[in-house]
Design a protein around this ligand. Structure first.
Ligand SMILES: [Zn+2]
Ligand SMILES: [Zn+2]
Length: 289
């Protein structure tokens, strides 16, 4: 069942990539060969290396600390399915948004926290590298699962996901993960349909969309997160913009696409996907570097 639903996300990404190709949304430097290579490398590593390691680590840890805890929360989803699903989704997204926010926020004063943040910055950086040095790059659906090698191990929401799965919240985990995967993929597609509503000539249409953007993360909000400039530290949530609005204070609703996408790349990053993905130079992200 889990595999079947994983396939749904992969099929969506492939279909969206084919659509982008067909209508020319990957053309003229919007998407480069390196973007393809990064997407294949990161998605392969996620499915074959990182997720399985995470699953083994969680089950070894939990079966060691709390023997016979496997499946012990299955009753929760049997008796209160919708409540369990909503609670799971809100907690998972909060942990995800919070740690993503930590990777982008102002540097903390504490030295140990600075090192931790530097590690997060190093791991997250590849997600913000798209297109080539000509600055014509944009964001396409291929960017969805691109991050550095360590990202899957350091984000608390991934530990939370696998822990819930281990404790027996199987259906809750699957439905939430697939829904979130599809939503995150759709906010990366090079199709800013939300701008049609945000710029609509009818005031009511504009206002309703404006309101919805306070609750849910739409493509242009996430595209703005991929911009170069001040908005790249905004809109840190994948699905629930209400956290950006009310908790992190990082909401940015714009009525156009970013002018420039992606952070400036070093020569190494521009030339090698392996240098992007297997980066281990934490020091580079410490103050004064
Ligand atoms: Zn980011
Ligand atoms: Zn993104």
């Amino acid at each position: 069942m889990e595999d079947l639903l994983k396939v749904a996300v992969i099929i969506f990404i492939m279909a969206a990539a084919a659509w982008e190709f067909a209508v020319g949304r990957g053309r003229d430097g919007r998407r480069t060969k390196k973007d393809w290579q990064m997407a294949i490398l990161a998605t392969f590593m996620m499915a074959v290396v990182q997720r399985p390691i995470l699953a083994i680590a969680v089950s070894v840890l939990l079966s060691g600390i709390f023997p016979s805890s496997a499946g012990s929360l299955a009753w929760l989803q049997q008796e209160y399915f919708w409540a369990a699903l909503i609670a799971y989704f809100c907690i998972e997204e909060f942990l995800h948004g919070g740690s993503h926010y930590f990777s982008h926020m102002k540097r903390p004063k504490n030295k140990a926290l600075q090192w931790i943040q530097a590690f997060y910055k190093m791991s997250h950086r590849p997600h913000h590298l798209s297109g080539g040095p000509d600055n014509k790059g944009q964001v396409t659906v291929l960017q969805t699962f691109i991050n550095g090698w360590a990202w899957w191990f350091i984000l608390p929401n991934f530990w939370f996901q696998i822990t819930c799965l281990y404790l027996g919240l199987t259906e809750v985990f699957i439905i939430a993960t697939v829904f979130k995967g599809l939503w995150a993929a759709h906010t990366h597609v090079n199709w800013n349909y939300d701008l049609y509503f945000l710029n609509h000539k009818n005031k009511w249409v504009r206002n309703i969309m404006w309101g919805l953007c306070h609750i849910i993360t739409f493509p242009t909000q996430h595209h703005q997160h991929h911009s170069r400039g001040k908005n790249s530290a905004k809109n840190v949530t994948a699905t629930l913009a209400i956290y950006d609005w009310l908790i992190f204070k990082t909401m940015a609703i714009e009525t156009s696409k970013p002018e420039i996408y992606g952070w400036r790349q070093s020569e190494d990053e521009a030339n090698s996907v392996f240098k992007r993905y297997f980066n281990t130079n934490v020091k580079k992200y410490m103050p004064g570097r």
